[in-house]
Design a protein around this ligand. Structure first.
Ligand code: ADP
Ligand code: MG
Length: 415
């Protein structure tokens, strides 16, 4: 036996041991590798799912951003297309939103107001209690209130407004919204209604009074006529009686125009060629004019085509005659009567102009006030009556005048 042999069991034992160890290690290694692989696979799967999740989140985020942009745009569009001014102030009282209508109503542009204090722009002319600042201070909302606003151009307009706190989803206050509207037109209509009501009452009274006056007036005219007939042509009293008859005539005219003015208008409207109507009335007026004055020239300029408007020719003839008469009376030294008929867009229009005395600002202002007259024998009802008739036709009457140069009255009527 070799020494090796003697040691072989030991060797063997050792190598047995080694083998075991090796096997163990191998198994362990295998196990570990498997675990690692599993872990790796798991990680990979996790990574994959994370990537997917991330992608989903990204898409979701993108969607949300788009959605938010869409909502913001949508809200901005709504705000911009609203028929009312809308502004928003933040907690510091600075303007953060100002829609298109707000720009138009106030005359300020967005870049002049965004980021600036509300108090500087919309002003606190009427005091703080009538503003968004009040709502910001107290939390109290104001609804359907009125105040006046000084626009960027200095013009003051009546404003209807409401304010309300602006909160987020959690209810935290973000600021205040103020919605406002121009009340100029509403105020004008209110005044108009008031005027019409007063007129209606006045009309009722005038009709009664006029009726009561007419009878004795007829009597006076009748008796004066008889007296005049009985007096010989040389009698100096004849002149006095003649004065009485003239005076009665004037009173009668005043009473008649008062009745025309205060009576409710009933239009008998049908399609009429405006060119023909104006020309017929002018020709009729000219016959009278030529008998009284030789210092007035009549100029005409008419649209070639017919301008057919739905109107009451008798009433409109009254308007044309009133304007022609005023124009003539405005030219005591003679001049030119200018008559034009023309189309303006969808409207039929005519203009009656003179080269007369024109009017001062105070006359211009009171032109359409009942009983306003600068003439000794005027009634001051010609223009108000004309205006009433034109407006009953849904038309407009407008005047341009220069002192010493002349005046043009424009009437526009729907075709
Ligand atoms: P009246 O003719 O009886 O005075 P109107 O209502 O027709 O009443 O006119 C009111 C006033 O308007 C006139 O008294 C006159 O001062 C002014 N006016 C009207 N038309 C003209 C005109 N063409 N040129 C200058 N002033 C005018
Ligand atoms: Mg007149």
């Amino acid at each position: 036996m070799t020494p090796a042999d003697s040691t072989s069991p030991l060797h063997l034992g050792r190598s047995d041991n080694q083998l075991d160890n090796f096997t163990d290690s191998y198994i362990l290694f295998q196990e570990t590798t498997r675990k690692y692989r599993e872990a790796y696979e798991q990680l990979e799967a996790q990574f994959e799912s994370l990537t997917v999740k991330l992608e989903e989140t990204n898409v979701d985020l993108q969607k949300r951003v788009e959605e938010r942009d869409r909502v913001t745009n949508y809200l901005n569009n709504i705000l911009d297309s609203m028929s009312g001014g809308v502004l928003v102030v933040d907690l510091d009282g600075q303007i953060t939103h100002f829609n298109q209508e707000a720009e138009e109503l106030t005359g300020y542009e967005q870049d002049q107001v965004l980021g600036y204090p509300y108090a500087d722009i919309i002003g606190l002319a009427d005091g703080r209690q009538n503003t968004a600042m009040h709502t910001l201070d107290t939390g109290e909302r104001l609804s359907n209130k009125e105040k006046s606003l000084r626009r960027a151009d200095g013009r003051v307009i009546p404003l209807g407004f409401s304010t309300s706190l602006l909160r987020d989803e959690q209810g935290t206050v973000l600021g205040v919204v103020e919605v406002f509207n121009d009340l100029t037109e509403v105020k004008r209509l209110e005044a108009e209604v008031q005027r019409v009501n007063t007129l209606a009452a006045l009309g009722e009274m005038a009709a009664t009074v006029a009726h009561e006056i007419r009878n004795p007036l007829g009597g006076i005219a009748g008796y004066a006529g008889m007296l005049e007939r009985d007096l010989s042509s040389e009698d100096p009293n004849r002149r006095l009686v003649h004065r009485i008859i003239e005076g009665v005539g004037r009173l009668n005219r005043i009473v008649s125009s008062l009745l025309t003015y205060t009576r409710p208008l009933r239009l008998n409207a049908y399609p009429v060629n405006l060119v023909e109507l104006v020309e017929e009335t002018t020709a009729f007026f000219e016959i009278d004019l030529e008998r009284q004055r030789d210092d007035i020239t009549v100029e005409r300029s008419y649209e070639d085509d017919a301008l057919v408007c739905r109107l009451d020719p008798e009433q409109l003839q009254q308007v044309i005659l009133n304007l022609l008469q005023n124009a003539t009376q405005a030219m005591p030294e003679g001049g030119t009567l200018q008559i034009r008929v023309f189309a303006e867009g969808e409207l039929g229009a005519f203009c009656i102009g003179d080269t007369g005395i024109g009017m001062e600002a105070d006359v211009h202002e009171k032109l359409f006030t009942p009983f306003f007259t600068t003439k000794e024998d005027g009634t001051g009802l010609g223009l108000v009556t004309s205006k009433k008739i034109v407006e009953a036709h849904s038309g407009t009457i407008r005047v341009e005048s220069q002192v010493g140069q002349g005046t043009q009255f424009y009437v526009h009527l729907p075709q």
